[in-house]
Design a binder for this molecule. Structure first.
Ligand SMILES: Nc1ncnc2c1ncn2[C@@H]1O[C@H](COP(=O)(O)OP(=O)(O)OP(=O)(O)O)[C@@H](O)[C@H]1O
Ligand SMILES: [Mg+2]
Length: 217
């Protein structure tokens, strides 16, 4: 699903965020990326998903070498198949919960997007909130909307960056239980960055980053 070979990321100001990272993630894995603040977790996820390009090294996504793809081909490759979940949910504030999912479904060319959005909201226990606007929801509920939005294109890979960083422990556990369920039942591969050691037991495998290098796994 994902393969990195000797990936370096040096930002224009000279910061070396990744220093020769090599990593392979097979389909169906549930992998944690852990390490202190500034160790390169977000940078790694951005590069895996093609949101940012490495300074050097090779990046393969679903079998394709993405370093040589044009922006257009990259967008086409990951469209719907790779989804992101962030710490801040980035929902469309002027639209309802249902619309937040439906709009993305339309963009992705999903068949009957509103029906699919409704089904997902039921699955996410958000049925009773579908006509609300994001600001009327709790943090955990907003994150579940963001998860719904990530799921509407039937992704094969979900990249999550501190997905429970803004919600309390009990709600965070529920989000991780949901991830596990999606991993088991739908075979979705997960790469989850977190610095919360309490979530360790959820992962099949943990990759530890330190100062831009893999410090163990
Ligand atoms: N656009 C940028 N320009 C310069 N340096 C950057 C940029 N983005 C990130 N960095 C630096 O790269 C390093 C890795 O950052 P990154 O955001 O990947 O860390 P992280 O492990 O996700 O940290 P956190 O746990 O705080 O989210 C840090 O030193 C950060 O300051
Ligand atoms: Mg980060």
């Amino acid at each position: 699903m994902v393969k990195l070979k000797e990936v370096w990321k040096v930002f224009p100001d000279g910061t070396k965020a990744l220093k020769g990272v090599s990593l392979e993630v097979a389909k169906g894995e549930f992998v944690g990326i852990m390490g202190p603040s500034g160790s390169g977790k977000s940078t790694l996820l951005h590069i895996v998903g093609g949101l940012d390009r490495p300074t050097s090294g090779e990046v393969y996504l679903m079998g394709r070498d993405i370093s040589s793809l044009s922006e257009e081909d990259l967008v086409r490759l990951r469209k719907g198949k790779v989804a992101y979940i962030f710490q801040f949910y980035y929902l469309l504030e002027d639209f309802t919960v249902l619309e937040n999912l439906t709009i993305i479904g339309e963009i992705l060319g999903v068949e009957r997007p509103e029906e699919k959005a409704s089904e997902l909201l039921e699955f996410l226990r958000l049925d009773h909130r579908k006509n609300h606007k994001p600001h009327q929801l709790s943090g955990g509920e907003q994150q579940r909307v963001a998860i719904g939005r990530a799921l509407i294109g039937d992704p094969e890979l979900i990249l999550a960056d501190e997905p429970t960083g803004n919600i309390d422990w009990a709600e965070g556990r529920k989000i991780f239980d949901l991830f596990k369920k999606l991993n088991r039942e739908k075979g979705i591969t997960f790469l989850v960055a977190t610095h919360n050691p309490d979530l360790k037991d959820y992962f099949n495998r943990i990759v530890y980053l330190k100062d831009g290098e893999i410090a163990g796994s």
